[in-house]
Design a protein around this ligand. Sequence first.
Ligand code: ZN
Length: 261
Amino acid sequence: MAAALALWIGWTTVGAQTGLTAAQAGGEGTEAPPVAKKAAIVIDDFGNQMQGTQEMLDLPIPFTVAVMPFLPTSKEDAELAHSRGKDVIIHMPMEPVKGKKSWLGPGAITTDLSDEEIRKRVEAAVDEVPHAVGMNNHMGSKVTADKRIMRIILQVCKERQLYFLDSRTTGKSVIGELAAELGVPTAANGLFFDDQYTMEHIMKQAELFKKKLDKHESLIAIGHVGPPGKKTAFALRKIIPQLDGKAEFVLVRDLVKLTQP
Ligand SMILES: [Zn+2]
């Protein structure tokens, strides 16, 4: 035992002398600057065995998984993401200005619904997705600009202690203003990686993500599983090591803020 301990001490001493650079050992004047930038990636549209689900969950960074409610693998995907150390949020389907209702999926929030029905649907969605710490909007360019509806959705978020991430599918969103009024922590998306599905576009957005991070202290960006899923996972895997030492990958919950009205 004593011999083994002596050997171990001997080995670590050698390691300290030869194996570490001055910066690693915290040598004076050579310390690396602290990583100031914070980047939060959100991947939308989980819940329906979408393409790229596995590739995304295999990414070696913390990120936030947005799960659509009431779909065949909603619960399974939320459990899987949680077990892999990712944060889970509810990806609430909401009516867009343009587009088909069929793109929204079950339990969607549309502007023709009564106050009671909206509350019922949002509460059911929260109950459906385990481990959720927040919510963001799937589509929703029409609903997120509607004060009557957003007030109900944000009120439920407040009651269930969820933050709301504005996916920013419209410039007319009322989320910031109402969340401040109701006391719901919020943040907003700064960039979509894959609003077009070509590899060329996704790589271009990944470069833009790095450029935007140069100018901002923190940045939230959204990608998707589904048709672009595998390509987006590939692009992310490419830029993750490039940001090493420049930005830290965090969760959206680390970036949400409670704003004063
Ligand atoms: Zn979506």
